[in-house]
Design a protein around this ligand. Structure first.
Ligand code: ZN
Ligand code: ZN
Length: 133
């Protein structure tokens, strides 16, 4: 039996299920992800769109196009960041899940930090820089 992973937003209006563990786990330090999360970086793992099932609150999900081909989805009740995806191109059939919304324990086999050259200067922990190079 395939393990499923559950997730939800802060107010619980939105809940979802993944039919497969998130892949390509990355922590993105780009300015858009920092803004979108209000945090030092955004942590995402990706699944094929067909493996994401919104169980509750689809009406509460707002989609914001942060660039012509990038869609960021969040709960319009509580503001929790939920999903990131491309509207066209090679990876359009994948969707990235904001890992902070997961309720099921999940430990990725590997992960990486990306766009570290855009990292916030106030984020003083430089350990990720040395570890990832
Ligand atoms: Zn919510
Ligand atoms: Zn980013």
């Amino acid at each position: 039996m395939t393990k499923t992973y559950r997730g939800s937003c802060l107010c619980s209006a939105v809940s979802f299920e993944l039919g497969t563990p998130p892949k390509a786990v990355s922590h993105c330090h780009c300015s858009q992800c920092r803004k979108g999360h209000g945090a030092a970086f955004a942590s995402y793992g990706s699944v094929p769109r067909s493996k994401l099932r919104v169980l509750r609150g689809a009406d509460s999900i707002k989609i914001y196009a942060s660039s012509p081909t990038v869609l960021r989805e969040f709960c319009m009740e509580c503001g929790s960041t939920l999903f990131w995806s491309r509207s066209e191109g090679e990876y359009a059939d994948w969707i990235s899940i904001a890992l902070g919304t997961l309720d099921t324990p999940f430990v990725p086999r590997q992960q990486r930090h990306v766009h570290v050259d855009s990292a916030a200067p106030w984020h003083m922990s430089s350990s990720f820089r040395t570890r990832i190079g």
